[in-house]
Design a protein around this ligand. Structure first.
Ligand SMILES: *[C@@H]1O[C@H](CO)[C@@H](O)[C@H](O)[C@H]1NC(C)=O
Ligand SMILES: *[C@@H]1O[C@H](CO)[C@@H](O)[C@H](O)[C@H]1NC(C)=O
Ligand SMILES: *[C@@H]1O[C@H](CO)[C@@H](O)[C@H](O)[C@H]1NC(C)=O
Ligand SMILES: *[C@@H]1O[C@H](CO)[C@@H](O)[C@H](O)[C@H]1NC(C)=O
Length: 837
């Protein structure tokens, strides 16, 4: 920092009495300077039309003749003005460094000193000879100090970026506001490991609320405060810096980048709209991080970007509906029992549903015998931290919660067709989200602790009673209305489909697989008598068309209209590759929806790698071939076919084997077509626990989720066990956690399937394969290789990048979605084909 640079454009309005009437000084470093918070003492005082008052102490001239600039001084946003902050703010000035007319843009506070304790008129700020910058209230009580006492401070300045700096005689920084961020970031500012942004309670209430965002060694994390804190967003980073630098998150024009310690040359970056004028970012009371930009045309600050994208929508923010509120399609409601008139929760404010709900009877730890759990079905919770309890099933999960008073709720999440699941433990209940299980592929129930009032409440005040009755009546009317609307929509939809059924012209669809009549398929499967298996969407039967054996899948709950179904069939039918199961034909007749696939005699991969059928271990060569086949199939879907397709549910149950153990991918039903020019697509959660990539929870979904799942499958093939295996000792239930531990302790050899002597003897090759799997399992999707790279490595045309630092793969707490001690176990359905939606 060159002194001339700092001072030339710097203004220090000195203590009263004011020496100059000019707006612009070239101050020397003034120690023992005292500034008093009053209009008389500080010449750069402005009152804005909305009552905002600011009194600048140090101010930079704008770079242009007229424009935004940074200043530090006293700031008050309430009217009448009785609470000031000592703050750094963005303000509009002219070239004379005069703050311009109040109609142009209310100043925006980007840093403040001890915002929970605003000061009054006549408070003082003193830059003492002892090097300390001290803020005292009008009654002389200490409010804040820079803590630089005893350092040799020569002066105070505000830099071009908006950093308030105390510097010494050599212009070295002694203290700077950038080291103590509050709730905002300005371009050029970095947050280092350990720093936090904490949201204000609201724009005018500066008390800090319970949300914060912090930089941890492997990325950026956002939590809502409770014991323990509950994680709702995370983004792990990559490194582009020398070793030993702390992790850093930097906001620049066009991006927010996260640099952590590793060696891959890709920083994890959130792309932001390029700045057209001044920008800043604020972490706000609702948990959003918003990018603001000054609009010259409209003369105001406007939100130009929402930096945190939540999955699947804003309902996943922890405070969107307040405590205990349930967010359903953007509406907030209080939890209630569906088939009972009993009420346990009431809105905090009847007219503001988003403020949340409270229990009618507070939970009392003295009367635990009167605790009960209110069941809410199809409700999920945002928390992705490690707060799972070891409960095998729903009843254990509920019992665990009832036994411990600090538990306020548990969420139990099922997997596909599974009685076991995850039990999430909650000590403070923030917003819940309602989910549609057919869309997310799992169902999840919440059990909220309630206090039963064992003696009837002595006397409910009538006003309150009336309120309750009114509330109940309104809720009743609401329900009736909803039912009517739903019924109307349903009838309309039905009509629409019927019309489509009649009108749709099938002959126009070219390149379609053969269309069969229902009768024909019933015949060829001998009236659906030989069941091959059952998938998530229906049963699969063996059949014979002419002499060809086929697998006929009957979709059970086909809600799709014929048009959608045919569109899907056309897509699947147009994809042909040796490593993809071929769609032979289909049937769409009345409500029947069937798909006819080529028959795969050896069934699905899970039958061969988990030793459930006492089969001999597959030899190493076969395992390698299977892995290569899957890689080629996926590579085709991702990179070679007309439209990029993400499979989204790669798991052994969806990998089928022919007579010669050639592997083919099945079930594109979960795929989401991704246009090539729009490489990222947000979708609702799909897939299967145990194979889900971490970004399902936090960010946009790309075909890279398949690469993660592929990595999990590779590890299953190599180690001959399930991704989540509850028969293992607790610390090895999760294959990927075990892998991380073995990688860190340099014992990868332990991961090799002990049943195969051949593999143990060829351990070097196997370990190379494990390394490739770990590359695919990188937490950050950008760091995973593409499928074509994987195929090249497998074919020996490339080697696994040796410079990869594996220590971070999968170290993200977000992964606990699969349950750190989760008891989820998926007995893989014997399904041969689980078909499209
Ligand atoms: C990584 O750092 C190098 C120099 O150290 C720089 O040239 C390059 O642009 C950086 N890459 C990214 C993506 O920031
Ligand atoms: C931000 O970057 C874009 C191009 O990347 C540039 O056009 C724009 O002027 C920059 N804005 C600022 C305020 O520097
Ligand atoms: C209750 O759960 C908390 C964690 O939420 C734990 O610290 C505490 O030890 C538990 N108490 C009992 C009695 O198990
Ligand atoms: C979860 O979904 C399955 C299948 O849709 C259903 O059979 C089961 O009853 C559901 N469980 C709960 C608790 O809703």
């Amino acid at each position: 920092m060159a002194p001339s640079d700092l001072f030339l454009l710097l203004l220090l309005a000195t203590a009263a009495p004011l020496t100059t009437g000019q707006g612009f000084d070239y101050p020397t470093a003034n120690l023992s300077t005292l500034w008093t918070n009053s209009n008389a003492a500080l010449s750069h005082s402005v009152t804005y039309s909305d009552g905002t008052v600011l009194r600048a102490i140090v101010l930079r001239s704008p770079k242009t003749f007229y424009g935004p600039s940074f200043a530090a001084g006293f700031f008050c946003a309430s009217s009448p003005c009785n609470a000031f902050l000592f703050a750094v703010f963005i303000v509009y000035t002219n070239s004379g460094a005069r703050i311009t007319n109040p109609t142009n843009g209310i100043p925006q506070v980007v840093w403040s000193a001890n915002r929970v304790r605003p000061v009054k008129e006549n408070a003082t700020l003193e830059l003492g000879v002892d090097g300390n910058l001290v803020l005292r209230d009008a009654d002389s009580s200490l409010v804040w100090s820079s803590g630089s006492k005893g350092r040799s401070v020569a002066g105070m300045a505000i830099t071009e970026l908006g950093n308030l700096v105390l510097f010494d005689q050599k212009n070295a920084t002694v203290w700077q506001s950038f080291d103590h961020p509050t709730d905002a970031l300005v371009p050029g500012q970095s947050m280092l490991e350990g720093m936090r942004l904490t949201a204000n309670t609201s724009a005018t209430n500066w008390t800090q609320n319970q949300l914060y965002m912090t930089v941890l060694p492997n990325g950026l994390y956002a939590y809502v405060e409770s014991t323990p804190p509950q994680l709702y967003f995370s983004l792990s980073g990559n490194k582009n810096k020398t070793a030993n630098d702390p992790t850093k998150v930097t906001f620049t024009n066009g991006s927010l980048s996260i640099f952590v310690q590793s060696t891959l040359p890709y920083p994890s970056t959130i792309t932001l709209p390029a700045a057209k004028s001044t920008q800043y970012m604020r972490f706000e009371s609702d948990g959003h991080l918003r990018l603001y930009e000054w609009s010259d045309a409209e003369s105001k600050w406007a939100v130009v970007y929402n930096v945190i994208k939540m999955f699947p929508d804003d309902c996943a923010f922890p405070t969107v509906c307040g405590e205990y509120g349930i967010c359903t399609g953007g509406q907030c409601i209080c939890p209630s029992q569906s088939n009972s008139s009993l009420r346990y929760f009431t809105p905090v404010d009847e007219r503001k549903a988003n403020l949340g709900c409270g229990p009618l009877t507070p939970i009392s730890c003295q009367e635990m015998q009167y605790h009960d759990l209110l069941t809410l079905t199809d409700v999920s919770y945002f928390d992705a931290s490690h707060t799972f309890v070891n409960a095998r099933n729903r009843d254990d999960c509920k019992q665990a919660c009832l036994k411990n008073c600090s538990c306020r709720a548990v969420i139990f999440r099922y997997g596909n067709n599974d009685s076991d699941g995850d039990c999430l433990w909650i000590t403070k209940v923030f917003s819940l989200q309602s989910i549609q299980p057919e869309i997310v592929h799992y169902n999840s129930s919440a059990y909220l602790k309630v206090q039963l009032s064992h003696s009837p409440p002595a006397s409910t005040p009538t006003a309150n009673k009336n309120k309750i009755i009114l509330g109940a009546t309104l809720a009743g009317i609401g329900t009736i209305l909803l039912v009517i609307i739903a019924a109307t929509l349903y009838v309309r939809r039905r009509r629409k489909y019927q019309e489509i059924d009649e009108e749709f012209d099938f002959d126009q669809l070219s390149g379609m697989p053969t269309r069969f009549s229902y009768e024909k398929l019933r015949e060829c499967t001998e009236d659906f008598s030989k069941k091959l298996g059952e998938g998530g969407f229906g049963s699969v039967f063996e059949g014979k068309l002419d002499e060809e054996r086929v697998a006929v899948k009957r979709l059970e709950s086909a809600r799709q209209g014929k048009k959608e179904f045919l569109a899907e069939v056309e897509t699947i039918g147009s994809i042909e590759h040796i490593n993809l199961v071929r769609l032979v034909g289909f049937c769409a007749e009345k409500s029947h929806r069937l798909l006819v696939y080529e028959y795969m005699p050896r069934g699905s991969l899970d039958r061969w790698i988990y030793y459930r059928h006492n089969n001999a271990p597959l030899d190493w060569g076969t395992r390698c071939r299977i892995i290569l086949d899957i890689a080629k199939g996926l590579c085709y879907l991702h990179e070679e076919c007309r439209r990029k397709i993400a499979h989204l549910d790669i798991k052994p149950q969806n990998i089928l084997l022919d007579e010669n153990f050639n592997a083919k991918l099945a079930d594109f039903g979960l795929s989401k077509l991704i246009d090539r020019d729009q490489s990222k697509v947000m979708t609702v959660m799909r897939g299967t626990p145990g194979y889900l990539a971490p970004e399902w929870l936090t960010s946009q979904i790309t075909e890279k989720v398949d690469i993660y799942s592929f990595g999990v499958v590779m590890m299953e093939v190599i180690s001959g066990r399930k991704s989540i295996d509850n028969s293992q000792p607790e610390e090895s239930v999760q294959l990927i956690n075990l892998l991380r531990e073995k990688a860190q302790t340099n014992k990868l050899i332990d991961m090799i399937d002990k049943q195969s002597d051949e593999m143990v003897s060829r351990q070097e090759e196997v370990i190379q394969m494990i390394k490739l799997a770990m590359w695919c399992l990188q937490n950050d999707s950008n760091r995973r290789p593409t499928m074509s790279t994987v195929a090249k490595v497998l074919e020996g045309a490339m080697t696994v990048e040796t410079c990869i630092d594996y220590s971070f793969f999968n170290a993200d707490p977000v992964l606990s979605v699969q349950g750190s001690q989760s008891t989820y176990s998926a007995p893989p359905p014997a399904s041969v084909l689980s078909g499209p939606r």
